[in-house]
Design a protein around this ligand. Structure first.
Ligand SMILES: [Zn+2]
Length: 279
């Protein structure tokens, strides 16, 4: 199925805090070794089974941690087998549950140096953004390096600094092999593309982010689009619709395999940023 985005979730934090069942979703497989385990449809969290331990990408918010943990255990995995937690960027909806997940799992926690400094200097623009959420400050164990991919088991994740949505937003690229056909799939999750932080009103109020980040996002877009990606995963499921095929995965079926989605997704985000600039 080709690229499709859907409207953003309305009042997501209050909904997750007070009516979570309306956003709840069972874990579902998206590629040979990766599952969507957020337990809710607002913010994506992914679990990669490397064959020698688990990698978790993003944690969502404290109010939905039980949905995340329940998704992981219902797949038959133990949170203790999570060895690395990768945070895409320092906004509370992706890292709000980071401290709790680090304590629960004992995993090494990764975030970019740029976003770690942003978080430390501006908690009000990163982790403390919504009165209905109660994020905890956390310490980062390792910064990303584009020269040093993150390897666990048979998975190697290459990170790319993709500033724009935040200053240290980081995107993830890795390869998985179909155990039935032997086909290799290039998989990617962009670290953050929300135009909500790439408009003049946001920059006027921010203590830290400047329009230079928007310029960088737009300047990088062609380079990002050119990266070959067979399975594109969203950091928010509305940005690339994937929940419509939840539960349909099989190694033979590959419901998310479409090498056109990634470039179309980047193109759509560029269009949204430019539309805000024209306002
Ligand atoms: Zn964000």
């Amino acid at each position: 199925m080709s690229f499709r985005c859907i409207p953003a979730t309305k009042d997501p934090v209050a909904t997750l805090a007070y009516n979570p069942w309306t956003l709840a979703i069972e874990p579902f497989q998206v590629s040979p070794q990766t599952w969507y385990v957020a337990g809710q449809t607002w913010v994506g969290c992914y679990l990669i089974d490397t064959g020698d331990g688990l990698i978790l990408i993003d944690t969502a918010i404290p109010e939905s941690l039980y949905l995340l943990v329940n998704s992981i255990t219902s797949l038959g995995y133990s949170p203790k087998d999570i060895k690395k937690i990768l945070i895409s960027h320092a906004h509370f909806d992706h890292c709000g549950g980071a401290r709790a997940m680090k304590e629960l799992t004992g995993a090494e926690l990764y975030m970019s140096k740029e976003d770690t400094e942003f978080m430390e200097q501006c908690p009000e623009e990163t982790v403390v953004l919504d009165p209905d959420s109660h994020p905890q400050m956390f310490t980062v164990d390792r910064y990303y390096s584009e020269d040093e991919p993150i390897t666990l088991g048979n998975i190697t994740i290459h990170t790319v600094l993709t500033p724009g949505h935040t200053i240290g937003c980081t995107s993830f690229f890795w390869t998985e092999t179909n155990p039935v056909t032997g086909a290799e799939y290039k998989i990617a999750m962009h670290g953050g593309v929300g135009a909500n932080t790439m408009n003049d009103g946001y920059y006027a109020a921010s203590r830290y982010l400047t329009p230079a980040l928007r310029e960088r996002f737009l300047a990088d877009a062609e380079k990002m689009k050119a990266i070959p990606v067979d399975i594109a995963l969203p950091s928010h499921p509305n940005q690339i619709e994937i929940t419509d095929r939840a539960g349909t995965y099989s190694h033979a079926n590959q419901p998310y395999l479409d090498s056109t989605v990634w470039a179309d997704f980047i193109e759509e985000r560029v269009r949204q940023v430019k539309a805000l600039m024209d306002k």
